[in-house]
Write a protein that binds this ligand. Structure first.
Ligand code: GCU
Length: 127
């Protein structure tokens, strides 16, 4: 069973507001990042051992265009991920990604590359 980290729960960081106006999120809200390049959401996750982990980024993108973001693990950009439209802000989808983690604490940052910023980010599953 993966471990879920909520975007609204410290030590997660949301460069924007924690909102709850679009149903379907888990926990108490989601990160509505600012509309700017680099307005990130960041999670701090624990891994019991070093190695490959599967991430599940739960997001909603009710806009018409994709919202790409760099995936930054422990300060290094490892991929650019396209968060396609989900059709509505209440329609949530999960993007599966594979990364290498260190044993112990790791930071995982979703760092948008365009001026529209991130989609709304609900949570990160790590399995
Ligand atoms: C709307 C929507 C927000 C979303 C924003 C955006 O304002 O209500 O939840 O974050 O669009 O375009 O990012």
């Amino acid at each position: 069973t993966p471990t879920r980290y909520e975007a609204e729960t410290a030590p997660a960081v949301c460069q924007g507001t924690i909102d709850s106006n679009h149903a379907g999120f888990s926990g108490s809200g989601f990160c509505n990042g600012n509309a700017a390049v680099g307005a990130y959401a960041q999670f701090t996750v624990n891994a019991s051992t070093a190695g490959t982990a599967t991430l599940g980024v739960r997001f909603a993108n009710g806009a018409s265009g994709a919202r790409p973001a760099n995936l930054v693990v422990n300060g290094s950009t490892v991929a650019t991920v396209s968060y396609e439209t989900t059709g509505a802000w209440t329609t949530w989808s999960t993007k599966s990604l594979t990364v290498s983690l260190n044993a112990g604490s790791n930071t995982i940052r979703l760092d948008p590359t365009t001026a529209v910023g991130l989609p709304n980010i609900d949570s990160l599953d790590v399995g």
